[in-house]
Design a protein around this ligand. Structure first.
Ligand SMILES: [Fe+2]
Length: 374
């Protein structure tokens, strides 16, 4: 059995309307100046919380996140604004981009470290202020993971910062906040969460304790995506997806992802394809590539989602993304054959994830995987 280290937030609050507890909880933990980073569709949530903060004499500043996946430059612009307010706690309310940014603001707000110093694993020297994460999509699992990703514009590379200091002090996973997500985002983010679970379960460094999270997440996501896709207001389905996503996030610290994510980073970094969409396109093809390295694990995944064979399981996952309107080919999203070699070069640089893959991925393999998707 591999060894494993489990880092998780000390407090995970899960359930409908749990966001309402946040102001009282912040007061109990002694917070007096709270910076709230949010995306514009969540403004009404921030406005709803505002009177409670006022009543508790907690000073707040809202900072709108108005960008796609975060770049180093955009992060620095937000960090500058955050420093002017001098918060003692940062609350991120949004999807993975917002949460990753909130985590890094909290860690670097009064740090002497520069962003470039902390790319990689366990390089952050600490975090001196509070951090709360409130996810509003069911995808990245950032609220329970020690990871954050920034796009470095200098080399178009998506770079990870992995540190226990990026785990929030608490997260509030409230499915009500996900009810307004459009079907397209619901499907793409769910495929990201599904890929976290599958890549953790089939990981070279998998562990029985993480396998439990992974298999529970796979089952919840596959069984509930259709209902949440068809009716975003279905809170039972939203709760199940949120739980599946949380399980996927809990896999990221101890085991993390593998070739799907490594091959998707170039699509995000260079071609600005959204993270969920890139993973959704790559997932079935990478599963096919990995199948002979761990057929029994793919058999178990198939069994978990009601299929009899490993190949049947892979086909079912592909059929899910077809049913929810996710493009199946790189050519459908504007990636030409001439870009495959460059994508493979970018993927080969993501060694921190490639080492986790159950089967070694060479440049020629990456080229073949991308080419199958043209
Ligand atoms: Fe992901």
């Amino acid at each position: 059995m591999n060894s494993v280290t489990l880092h998780q937030p000390p407090k995970i609050v899960f359930g409908t309307n749990t966001i309402r507890q946040l102001p009282d909880d912040l007061q109990s933990s002694g917070c007096k100046r709270v910076l709230i980073l949010f995306t514009s569709p969540l403004r009404s949530v921030v406005d709803t919380l505002s009177p409670s903060f006022d009543n508790l004499f907690i000073r707040t500043q809202s900072l709108e996140y108005a960008f796609g996946e975060p770049t180093v430059g955009y992060f620095h612009s937000l960090l500058k604004e955050a420093r002017e307010f001098r918060p003692d706690c940062v609350v991120g309310i949004g999807g993975g981009s917002v949460l990753d940014t909130a985590k890094l603001i909290a860690a670097l707000l009064d740090s002497k470290q520069k962003t470039g110093d902390v790319f990689g694993k366990n390089l952050l020297s600490g975090r001196n202020i509070g951090l709360i994460c409130v996810p509003t999509t069911s995808g990245t699992g950032s609220e329970v993971s020690p990871n954050a990703i920034l796009l470095d514009e200098s080399d178009s590379e998506k770079k990870g910062i992995i540190s226990p200091f990026l785990l929030p002090d608490a997260c509030y996973i409230d499915p009500v906040l996900m009810a307004g997500l459009p079907p397209k985002i619901t499907a793409e983010t769910a495929m990201d969460a599904l890929s976290h679970c599958i890549e953790a379960y089939t990981n070279k460094f998998s562990h029985p304790v993480v396998d439990n999270y992974a298999l529970a997440g796979i089952k919840l996501i596959v069984e509930n995506l259709e209902a949440a896709y068809k009716d975003g207001q279905n809170l039972e389905a939203r709760s199940a997806l949120a739980l599946g996503s949380m399980y996927g996030g809990l896999c990221l610290g101890p085991v993390n992802t593998a070739a799907v994510h490594a091959l998707s980073y170039g699509l995000g970094g260079k071609y600005h394809i959204s993270h969920g969409l890139a993973n959704a396109i790559l997932l079935p093809e990478v599963m096919k590539f990995n199948l002979d390295a761990c057929p029994e694990k793919y058999g178990k995944i198939a069994d978990t989602i009601g299929e009899n064979t490993a190949l049947g399981g892979i086909a079912k996952i592909k059929s899910l993304s077809v049913a929810y309107g996710i493009p199946q080919k790189l050519s459908d999203i504007g990636i030409e054959a001439s870009e495959v070699e460059n994508l493979a070069d970018l993927a080969m640089r993501v060694t921190r994830l490639l080492v986790n893959n159950p089967k070694e991925v060479h440049r020629a393999d990456a080229i073949k995987i991308y080419s199958e998707l043209l």
